[in-house]
Design a protein around this ligand. Structure first.
Ligand code: CMC
Length: 429
C-alpha cells in the first residue's frame, strides 16, 4: 500500500528543535492517496488538528466507495444504479456483509436465517409500554435497540465470529419490527407481528399498515419502491452514524449498544433527520411563489435556515441516490394515482431555482438522498416522524457491516482522538 512518502518540516516548539520527518503515503484501490500520520506524535510530539474530519480518513475499509466529484457510489465495487436495477435489499445486505452477491442457494439460506430472527422477545414488546404515546420513533428506536443487549446474552461476545454473526442477523431482522412497532404504538394500534413469507420491504409495510381486523395486501409498486429506498440507504462509508458505531465499538462495546449509538447519531437533522426536515421545510415554504424568499434565507449567513436536502460533505455533484429517488418518487405517485402533488411540484421548482443560483453553484450544493425521500414516504402514508426511523432500518445493514469489519481487524485499536486545549492554564486555588 505504501509507495511514496511526504516530507514534513516542523518548526521548533516547546523545547523541540526544528525537524523534518517523512510520513508514508498510502495508496488505496480507488480515491486519493492518504498520508499516514499514525507515527507523527511519537516521532515529533505534534498532533494533527481536524475537527469534523475534513481531511482525515479514520480507518481503511473495503465496503463502500464514494467519488463525490463524479457522483459515484459503489457497494463492494458495484455501482448503486446497477444494484437497484437488478437486485433486492436482501442481495445487497448479503453483499455488504459478505463481500459478494449471493447465488440462489446462498440467498435462500440467508433469507431464512434473517427471517428466523424477525420477531421480538415478548418482553421487549412490553418495553414499548414505558414510552409516552407521543414519543418520537427515533427515541424509541435508540432505547429498544440498545435494550436488545439485555435480552440476547448469547450474542455479546464480540471475539466470537459466530456470536457476531448472530447479533448482526438479529439487528438486521429486528430493525423493521422495532420501527413498525414504534409507529403502531404511537397510533395506539395493536402490534402486527412479522410475516416471514413476505420479503423484507413488504413485511415492513405490512407491519406498518395491516390491522388485525382485516386482510391487508401491500401494493407491490410501493414494496418495490421501499426495497429500493432500503438499498439506497444501506451504506455510505464513514458517515457520522457509521463512524459513531465504529467509535463506540472500538472500546469493545456490544453490537446492540453500538448500533443504538448509530441510531442516535443518525437522528440529527444534518444527517438522517434531514428527510423529516425537508418535508417540514416544504410545508413551511408552502407555495412556489415563496421559494425566492427561502432561497435568500438559505444564503443569509445570519439566518440559521438551510435548504434541507441540499449539500453533502462528500458529494460535490448530484448525489446518485437522489437521481434514483426522484424517479422512484414519480413511479410511486403514479402507482397511487396522484396526478398532481403540490409538494412534489414545490420540490422540483425549488431544485430548479437552487441549481441555477450562483450561491449553490459555487458551493457545489446539489440535492442529496433526503430531498425526495420524504415526498415518497408521505405519499405512502408514512408519517413524517417515521422518516428517519426508515433510514435507520436500512442503515443498520451498513452499521453492522462496518462494525464486523472493524472488530475482525487485528490492527483495530480504541478510537481516542486528541485535542487542541484552549482552556485555562493551571490555576491556583
Ligand atoms: N443550504 C444553504 N447553504 C448550505 C447548505 C444548505 N443546505 N449546505 C451547505 N451550505 C453552505 C455552507 O453554509 C457553507 O457556506 P460558506 O462556504 O459560505 O460558509 C458551504 O455551503 C459549505 O458547507 P459546509 O457546512 O462546510 O458543508 P459540510 O460538509 O460541513 O456539511 C451538510 C454538509 C450535509 C451537513 C450540509 O450541507 C447541510 O447541513 N445540509 C442540509 C442538511 C441535509 O440535507 N443533510 C443530509 C445529508 S445527506 C444524508 C446523509 O448522509 O445523512
Amino acid at each position: 500500500m505504501t509507495h511514496k512518502t511526504a516530507k514534513l518540516i516542523l518548526p521548533g516548539s516547546r523545547g523541540n528543535h526544528e525537524q523534518t520527518i517523512e510520513l508514508p503515503i498510502l495508496h488505496g484501490n480507488l480515491g486519493p492517496d492518504v498520508i499516514d500520520v499514525t507515527s507523527l506524535y511519537t516521532k515529533t510530539g505534534y498532533y494533527t488538528y481536524d475537527p469534523g474530519f475534513m481531511s482525515t480518513g479514520s480507518c481503511s475499509s473495503e465496503i463502500c466507495y464514494i467519488d463525490g466529484d463524479k457522483g459515484i457510489l459503489l457497494y463492494r465495487g458495484y455501482p448503486i444504479e446497477k444494484l437497484v436495477e437488478s437486485y433486492d435489499f436482501m442481495d445487497v445486505t448479503y453483499l455488504l456483509l459478505n463481500s459478494n452477491l449471493p447465488d440462489q442457494q446462498q440467498k435462500n439460506e440467508f433469507v431464512n436465517a434473517i427471517n428466523f430472527h424477525t420477531m421480538l422477545h415478548e418482553q421487549v414488546i412490553n418495553f414499548f409500554q414505558g414510552f409516552r404515546r407521543d414519543a418520537h420513533p427515533m427515541a424509541i428506536m435508540v432505547g429498544v435497540v440498545g435494550a436488545l443487549s439485555s435480552f440476547y446474552h448469547d450474542s455479546l461476545n464480540i471475539h466470537d465470529p459466530i456470536e457476531r454473526s448472530l447479533a448482526s442477523y438479529r439487528l438486521i431482522a429486528k430493525a423493521p419490527t422495532i420501527a413498525a412497532m414504534a409507529y403502531k404504538y404511537s397510533m395506539g394500534h395493536p402490534f402486527i407481528y412479522p410475516q416471514n413469507h413476505l420479503d423484507y420491504a413488504t413485511n415492513f409495510l405490512h407491519m406498518m399498515f395491516a390491522v388485525p381486523t382485516s386482510d391487508y395486501k401491500v401494493n407491490h409498486v410501493l414494496a418495490k419502491a421501499m426495497d429500493r429506498i432500503f438499498i439506497l440507504h444501506a451504506d455510505h462509508e464513514q458517515n457520522a452514524s457509521t463512524s459513531t458505531v465504529r467509535i463506540a465499538g472500538s472500546s469493545g462495546a456490544n453490537p446492540f449498544a453500538c448500533i443504538a449509538a448509530g441510531v442516535a447519531s443518525l437522528w440529527g437533522p444534518a444527517h438522517g433527520g434531514a428527510n423529516e426536515a425537508v418535508l417540514n421545510m416544504l410545508h413551511k415554504i408552502g407555495k412556489c411563489k415563496n421559494i425566492p424568499e427561502y432561497i435568500q434565507k438559505a444564503k443569509n449567513k445570519d439566518d440559521p435556515f438551510l435548504l434541507m436536502g441540499f449539500g453533502h460533505r462528500v458529494y460535490k455533484n448530484y448525489d446518485p441516490r437522489a437521481k434514483i429517488m426522484r424517479e422512484t418518487c414519480h413511479e410511486v405517485l403514479e402507482a397511487l394515482g396522484i396526478k398532481n402533488d403540490p409538494l412534489l411540484d414545490l420540490a422540483i421548482e425549488l431544485e430548479r431555482i437552487a441549481l441555477e443560483d450562483d450561491y449553490f453553484i459555487e458551493r457545489k450544493l446539489y440535492p442529496n438522498v433526503d430531498f425526495y425521500s420524504g415526498i415518497i414516504f408521505k405519499a405512502m402514508g408514512i408519517p413524517t416522524s417515521m422518516f428517519t426511523a426508515l433510514f435507520a432500518v436500512a442503515r443498520t445493514v451498513g452499521w453492522v457491516s462496518h462494525w464486523n469489519e472493524m472488530v475482525a481487524d487485528p490492527r483495530q485499536k480504541i478510537s481516542r482522538p486528541r485535542q487542541l486545549y484552549t482552556g485555562f492554564k493551571v490555576r491556583r486555588l
